[in-house]
Design a protein around this ligand. Structure first.
Ligand SMILES: *Cc1c(COP(=O)(O)O)cnc(C)c1O
Length: 407
């Protein structure tokens, strides 16, 4: 049983006949036709659909082929937007703000705005510099505050940087609601909305990386919806094709698009083209995926499953080595700790997450850890019964391994 949606991508399940058919039908017509100077029918239809379903104001679609490329494109568009600004003052804007522990992909640009520390340390000299702000990690607050008395101290840090440096800041990139690869760090309610307000106030572009959270994962089609936020640029990938083919898109506003219009000799073009950009087979299955989300009322189903999860997690919280459970929709991190009282983590050598997932695998469930955090990313269309099975195995695996280790 798949408890991680392969790698956070599967929406309707594996080998879904409708999605498979959409791929077959398109391959029978044509498998590749370039988007350089042309378009193909599925790419047009999908772009239209994406504009309809994404937050208001996002009206332009730029295709690529992976989450990292969609973010890379977002960074370049944002940077070039200010470089082409009619007000020369604005051309001083060259730096990004990003969050500690952020993950936006593994290319040079995306790790420059990433906060994965050790994982990317080797490349430090290769990366461009920017501003880092603490993540809204309430269980282990980087500012040492307590959730109910902090008065959003982490947002104050963001505002201080923006107030002082906005003249040199291009944009702020953020994973809305949940920082996935960081260990499912869920932002407190209101955090994302406030980031949007601050970006607007200080004339900074807001880039939402919805690569992991998009397509129903957090209980709404896009995470930004939950706080009524429209970003200036939005990146989508993972769930876009229901997990069937690599495809990504970067969406942006009319205002940004217009800054790239001009005569050829003005060189305002956005020169960025991947060979497989807007691949028709990928676009065809993405369209089928979105139609199926609508037809099966999948978002409502996700909300029901999420509700059930939060009830079931009460039992998990009683386990003596479950320190924190972070859940947003069907995106879950269960943090295991050596000592619940002091939040003392397990050591690297103990490799606790890995041990638990091996135990779960013996019971027929595939899940993956992020260090000491167990990740549950159930397939969105899973039945309640299947999800209960995932929980039963996970619970038992945590219990068995943590009891064994603490002996
Ligand atoms: C997975 C992920 C990416 C990178 O996507 P790839 O398709 O692996 O390049 C970027 N941002 C977020 C938030 C992700 O979860």
């Amino acid at each position: 049983m798949d408890g991680t949606s392969s790698l956070w991508v599967t929406v309707h399940g594996h080998a879904h006949p409708i999605l498979t058919q959409a791929i077959k039908d398109q391959v029978d017509k044509i498998a590749h036709t370039t988007l350089l100077g042309l378009a193909n029918i599925p790419s047009i239809q999908l772009a239209k659909k994406l504009v309809e379903i994404t937050p208001a104001g996002l009206t332009k679609v730029f295709y690529s082929d992976a989450g990292a490329t969609s973010v890379e494109i977002a960074l370049k568009i944002a940077f070039q937007y200010w470089q082409q600004h009619t007000d020369p003052q604005q051309r001083q804007k060259k730096k990004f703000i990003s969050l500690e522990d952020a993950y936006h992909g593994d290319t040079v640009g995306t790790i420059s705005v990433g906060g994965m520390g050790l994982v990317h340390a080797t490349y430090r000299d290769l990366l461009f510099e920017g501003y880092r702000v603490p993540s809204p990690h309430c269980y282990r607050c980087p500012l040492g505050r307590e959730r109910d008395q902090c008065n959003f101290a982490c947002l104050q840090v963001v505002e201080d940087i923006m107030a002082e440096h906005n003249r040199e800041i291009v944009g702020m990139i953020i994973e809305p609601l949940v920082q996935g690869a960081a260990g499912m760090i869920t932002a407190p309610e209101g955090y994302l909305r406030k980031i949007r307000e601050l970006c607007t106030k200080y004339n900074i572009l807001m880039i939402a990386d919805e690569v992991a959270v998009g397509f129903g994962r957090t209980g709404s089609l896009f995470a930004c919806e939950q706080e009524g936020v429209s970003p200036d640029i939005m990146c989508i990938a993972k769930g876009l094709t229901g997990g069937y083919l690599p495809l990504a898109a970067t969406l942006t506003t009319e205002t940004i698009f217009e800054a790239f219009l001009g005569e050829p000799q003005e060189h305002k073009t956005f020169f960025h083209g991947h060979t497989f950009t807007g691949n028709p087979v990928g676009c065809a299955v993405a369209l089928a995926n979105i139609e199926l989300i609508e037809q099966t009322r999948l978002i409502q189903h996700v909300q029901e499953l999420a509700q059930m999860l939060s009830v079931e997690f009460e039992r998990f919280k009683a386990l003596s080595h479950v320190g924190d459970i972070r859940q947003k929709g069907l995106m879950v991190g269960i943090e295991l700790v050596r000592d619940k009282e002091t939040k003392e983590p397990y050591t690297l050598e103990e490799n606790i997450g890995h041990q638990v997932i091996l135990e779960a695998r013996r019971q027929g469930l595939i899940i993956r850890p992020l260090g000491n955090v167990l990740v549950l990313m159930p397939i969105l269309a899973m039945s309640e019964e299947e999800l209960r099975q995932v929980l039963t195995i996970t619970y038992q695996a945590i219990k068995n391994v943590t009891e064994r280790v603490s002996q």
